[in-house]
Design a protein around this ligand. Structure first.
Ligand SMILES: C[S@@+](CC[C@H](N)C(=O)[O-])C[C@H]1O[C@@H](n2cnc3c(N)ncnc32)[C@H](O)[C@@H]1O
Length: 238
């Protein structure tokens, strides 16, 4: 089974990422401002997860449909933010072509697939459903920042006792992906995420039919830079 089917669809996911609940208060308004679509625009929140950013999208007056692969996340989302929600896989979106004004893709939700074709497919599906001149906001972790952050701890098991899990991260032998093993609630988990270079992000966006209009290096809207913790791309469908 692909890691992302099971790892996100397990109660432990909400324990491991508990801090993202509080982060939403800062991330939501900032990312919605970078999406920069007028009130009334139709937006797909892909993936929507458990809906932690949904109130901020709606506060901007956006009409939001959420989509995610995880039934557990969708159930949690439905319980707290009952908007239209669809269970889906990025590789085959169940929407008509050009039916929305924007796609909002927050918190490192690209690069999960094992092959470049599938990772490109996610972006071409986003491009297919966005109208011409519509917007994709793609919020990724900066590769150089991760490289620097992992230097001292790569391959070591770190304890997060208060949060209730331990983890060990390492680069794949070809240096393209980060494999993060975790142990939580007595069970093993392993994220396996492609961490692209800036040139790769831009070339994949271009190949999918998007042109980057803005690139940010932080939630405060600072310009993109190589060492930034977040690489946030606003791209326009050609
Ligand atoms: C890191 S979370 C981000 C969720 C949300 N954007 C947020 O900021 O809270 C990644 C999400 O991607 C979903 N996901 C993973 N693989 C997927 C796929 N192939 N198709 C659709 N959603 C997927 C997971 O279920 C999970 O909810």
């Amino acid at each position: 089974m692909d890691w992302f089917i099971r790892d996100f669809d397990h109660p432990a996911y909400f324990t491991i990422y508990a801090d993202k609940v509080a982060d939403a208060a800062m991330e939501g308004p900032a990312l919605v401002a970078m999406l920069d679509l007028p009130a009334g625009s139709q937006v797909l929140d892909l993936p929507c997860g458990w809906g932690r950013l949904n109130p901020h999208l709606r506060a901007q007056g956006l009409k939001v449909i959420g989509g995610d692969l995880s039934p557990l996340n969708l159930a949690k989302h439905r319980a707290s933010h009952p908007i239209p929600l669809v269970r889906l896989d990025f590789r085959a979106l169940p929407f008509r072509a050009a039916c929305v004004d924007g796609v909002f893709c927050a918190f490192t939700s690209w690069g999960y697939f094992a092959t470049e074709q599938e990772n490109l497919r996610q972006l071409t599906e986003f491009a297919r459903v966005v109208r011409r001149h519509g917007v994709l906001l793609l919020d990724l972790a900066g590769r150089a920042f991760l490289q620097a952050a992992m230097t001292a701890v790569e391959g070591e098991w770190l304890e997060f006792a208060e949060e209730g899990y331990r983890e060990c991260a390492r680069w794949s032998p070809d240096g393209r992906r980060i494999l993060t093993e975790r142990s939580c609630q007595g069970e093993p988990f392993c994220h396996d995420i492609w961490i692209p270079t800036d040139a790769e992000v831009r070339s994949f966006l271009d190949a999918a039919g998007f042109s980057v209009s803005d690139a940010y290096g932080g939630l405060d809207g600072r310009p993109w830079d190589e060492g930034a913790e977040r690489w946030i791309y606003r791209a326009i469908k050609r």
